[in-house]
Design a protein around this ligand. Structure first.
Ligand code: HEM
Length: 484
């Protein structure tokens, strides 16, 4: 465990204690608003919770139990207090589908995300709405074509290989911290197109401060505070990217930054310099924490379920190449695909998504008044026993051909969201996870102590707070199979 994670663990312990206190506060259940007379809609029921902070701490400290208790009590639509807001929570595939498909354009992403991460990621594509969002997405899609991904994989492979080859065999190897560092180094090379060194370190520090700004408890520009540090870091990132745009536009790099500079819409439209800066800062965030959570929780579950680890290793060793290509990924890793899906189901890395109702609307027969802040609970939805038998058990078999896992609902499994804002980086994430796991499975084996459960906190989704120590062992020549 690294010293870096100790303050985080102390914070999580404090939050747990405080959550225990606030959860006991007697708070009266009431309707969020009364449905219009004559409508057959039901009111959204819930309670505010502790004065001012509402149920915020319980929803961070025990997000799954909290959400499942509310689902059992109120059903798929309920409300709870959270730092001055009343937040409507949606759970279960039907409610999620209504918000994602957004048939009547009742839900705004801009307004939903603004109070959560707006100052740090404003005008990132996920924070745009409707026609403007569609126009930006058409241009951005050009940076996620198969040939673009091929270019990113070529940039990504050497760093992954080099870093993992240098990981030491250790009884308590801090996996989450290490994979985060690997992905930060990779972001410098693949996203920004810079070489590793002091510049990349400064970039990583500013990126880290920007992401953490959005997770600050005291959400005001108080000098020295997390929020203020995030804002200053964002300003430095803006200057850093803006200064490089002319050279990127003129060059022919294959990194994501260069691709955004060159991307064109159907009629030749391109991003302005300001758009590129905003999208770059957002993309770094969208890719980084989500991928770090996915890889870490996969490694954790494979460390507990070593028979699955062995099966995945056999699959990885079956490929004669130590370096993955995009062609290898096309159906060549059915077990890893199934295990990755199961991790996304269990630990949705983008766990809660936000919207705001622009008009009075309805979800699953409930009346949602205009201006309601809405949280789409992806994480807990994929852990509901109504849709997933034995939902807390790691079982990649659910996703293997032949198993009886046909989704009972199209949005029962939706870790990448749905509708027009569905993740643009799904294939990128898939490629990245496989490139890391391919190296790890071939060159190491690992386990976690029986009964070990990582201390978790909440970032973009459920996130290890203890660095995720694993016992990592290099596979010696005696373990190697022929041809590897
Ligand atoms: C396991 C990894 C990932 C997961 C689970 C994930 C999940 C999601 C989800 C649920 C959304 C929808 C947000 C909403 O509806 O408000 C989203 C949006 C987005 N993601 Fe990902 N993501 C992952 C990795 C990535 C990566 C690697 C990239 C880029 C390289 C990326 C780029 C984006 C973008 C650009 C959007 C916004 C799309 C839009 O608004 O049109 N994501 N992601």
């Amino acid at each position: 465990m690294t010293a870096l994670t100790d303050p985080m663990q102390a914070k999580v312990r404090m939050q747990s204690l405080a959550a225990g206190v606030t959860a006991r506060y007697p708070s009266r259940e009431r309707p969020l608003a009364h449905p219009p007379a004559g409508s057959d809609l039901a009111p959204v029921m819930g309670d505010y919770g502790f004065p001012l902070i509402g149920h915020l701490l319980s929803s961070i400290v025990e997000p799954l139990d909290f959400a499942r208790r509310r689902y059992a009590r109120f059903g798929p639509v309920s409300w709870a207090g959270g730092v001055g807001f009343r937040i409507v929570s949606l759970m279960g595939p039907e409610a999620l589908e209504t918000a994602w498909i957004n048939k009547d354009k009742a839900f705004s992403s801009t307004r939903g995300w603004a109070p959560v991460i707006g100052p740090f990621f404003h005008r990132g594509i996920m924070l745009l709405d409707f026609d403007e969002h569609r126009d930006h997405r058409r241009i951005m899609q050009q940076a996620f074509t198969r040939s673009a991904l091929d270019g990113y994989l070529a940039l990504m492979r050497p760093g992954i290989r080099r870093t993992i080859a240098n990981w030491p065999a250790a009884p308590r190897f801090p996996f989450y911290s290490s994979v985060k560092q690997l992905l930060l180094d990779q972001a410098a090379e693949v996203f920004v197109g810079t070489t590793l060194g002091p510049e990349a370190d400064e970039l990583a520090a500013d990126f880290h401060a920007t992401v953490h700004g959005g997770q600050a408890m005291i959400r005001a520009d108080v000098p020295g505070g997390t929020w203020a540090r995030g804002l200053r870091a964002r300003e430095r990132l803006e200057r850093y990217f803006a200064a490089q745009i002319p050279a990127r536009r003129a060059g022919c790099g294959t990194d994501l930054f260069s691709m955004l500079c060159h991307s064109r819409g159907e009629h030749g439209e391109r991003f302005s310099d300001t758009d590129i800066v905003n999208h770059m800062i957002f993309l770094l965030m969208a890719a980084h924490d989500t991928s770090a959570i996915a890889i870490s929780m996969l490694v954790y579950e494979l460390g507990r379920n070593t028979e699955w680890q062995d099966r995945l290793r056999d699959e990885a060793l079956h490929n004669a190449n130590d370096e993955l290509t995009l062609a290898d990924l096309d159906g060549g890793y059915p077990l890893l695909d199934a295990a990755f899906d199961e991790i996304l189901r269990m630990y949705a890395p983008a766990g809660t998504l936000f919207r705001q109702a622009l008009t009075d609307t309805e979800v699953a027969g409930h009346f949602i008044p205009r201006k309601s802040q809405v949280a789409i609970n992806v994480y807990a939805s994929m852990r509901l026993a109504d849709w997933w038998p034995d939902p807390d058990r790691f079982d990649p078999g659910r996703f293997l051909g032949g198993a009886d896992v046909r989704p009972v609902h199209r949005y029962a499994f939706a870790p990448f969201g749905g509708g027009v804002h569905k993740c643009l980086g799904q294939q990128f994430a898939d490629m990245n996870v496989k490139a890391v796991m391919h190296q790890l499975l071939r060159h190491f084996d690992w386990h976690v102590p029986a009964g070990y459960r990582p201390m978790m906190t909440w970032g973009t989704g459920p996130t290890p707070a203890d660095g995720l120590p694993i016992t990592l062992r290099r596979r010696g020549s005696e373990h190697r199979r022929s041809g590897t």
